[in-house]
Design a binder for this molecule. Structure first.
Ligand code: AMP
Length: 113
């Protein structure tokens, strides 16, 4: 298994896991871009959003709802937070396993870089 996020989901690589259920794992980003920076991933390997299918619609929705739940638990929901997924090289995707960045704890800027 060469995918680093599959290895994290399988517990083969250490990470700071904040949430886990039968479909989703969430862990703190190794190189945080905000005071709170958590990655939410499906356990099932999907390369990115462009690679997801209609059958995975409920899983994708679940990832988003888990992000909102974690934002509450982390205390960033009241001030606001950002949930973003990078798709492909031009967007800066560096790990080819679908992940949602949950960022909060500071003022976010728009447009993003
Ligand atoms: P992206 O550039 O959208 O593909 O995001 C990949 C993210 O994964 C980056 O923010 C990295 O800092 C993060 N990352 C890479 N390896 C690890 C790891 N082993 N544990 C936690 N976060 C990681």
């Amino acid at each position: 298994m060469s995918c680093i996020f599959c290895q994290i989901a399988a517990g083969e690589i250490a990470s700071d896991i904040v949430y886990r259920d039968e479909q989703v794992v969430a862990f703190r980003d190794l190189n945080p871009q905000a005071p709170t920076h958590i990655l939410i991933i499906p356990i099932q390997h999907i390369e990115n959003l462009a690679d997801a299918s209609e059958e995975q619609a409920a899983l994708l929705g679940h990832c988003n709802l888990v992000a909102a739940q974690i934002a509450q638990a982390e205390g960033i929901a009241e001030d606001g937070y950002r949930l973003v997924t990078n798709v492909g090289a031009a967007a800066g995707q560096s790990v080819d396993h679908l992940h949602f960045h949950l960022l909060g704890g500071r003022r976010m800027h728009w447009p993003p870089g």
